[in-house]
Design a protein around this ligand. Sequence first.
Ligand code: APR
Length: 254
Amino acid sequence: METPLELPLELIQVLRSARSVAALTGAGISAESGIPTFREAQTGLWSRYRPEELATPAAFEKNPRLVWEWYAWRREIVSRALPNPGHLALAEMEEHLPQFTLITQNVDGLHQRAGSGKKAALIELHGNIQRTKCYEENRVVERWQETPDPPPRCPHCGGPLRPDVVWFGEALPWDALEAAQAAAANCEVFFSIGTSALVEPAASLPLIARRSGACVVEINPQSTPLTRLATYFLPHPAGVVLPALISRVWGGVD
Ligand code: APR
């Protein structure tokens, strides 16, 4: 039997009376689904590859096949993964709140598969690995001819296809970023879950919330540059803390 989680009573009370909550998630929330995070030394994807070799427009132009095949491998990992209790708890949280915005840096689509976004806003800051777009026209492509020499070509213009994700050096979709910044500026509680809080502009979202007077809650087994600025730091895995929070706040458990 695990030791009961210590959840700050004041946080429970704030959430019970909250009308507007926002949550930012990073690779850590998908770690318990078996998807390696980017920066964990022993398992992080980046430890095996140098980011500039794979996730940049220059890398794609230099070696489109390598980049396409790396994403095909990641799509394979993601398609085998299942949402974990952390994803499911966030999907349930939106049922309990008048206003909830989920902002994710993840491209794995596990929040959608957990049921998030049905009643509330789900903002994909860095795109979605399951979507593919034309590198030339920058528009989503649903169907294409497979080729023995990847990447496949756009059926409209013949240009190379690429994953619909934001690469290093590329701008985030401005409408997604604007919506995320507005949600951060207008919420009473802002969760930062499973993110190293290093990559801008996502890393500034909890600071926008804090400046607007929100209660900032960080959920991460390790501390990050955000930790000292957070109202509450819950040093546990998201898959443990979030279900416990849901049952304490809305489960009738006093
Ligand atoms: N629960 C909560 N947090 C966890 C868990 C867990 N079970 N396991 C690991 N973490 C934490 C780690 O401690 C780390 O701080 O998740 C964080 C993952 O950090 P990163 O690997 O840097 O991932 P992320 O913050 O999402 O990266 C941001 O950088 O590489 C770019 O575009 C990419 O979206 C990505 C962005």
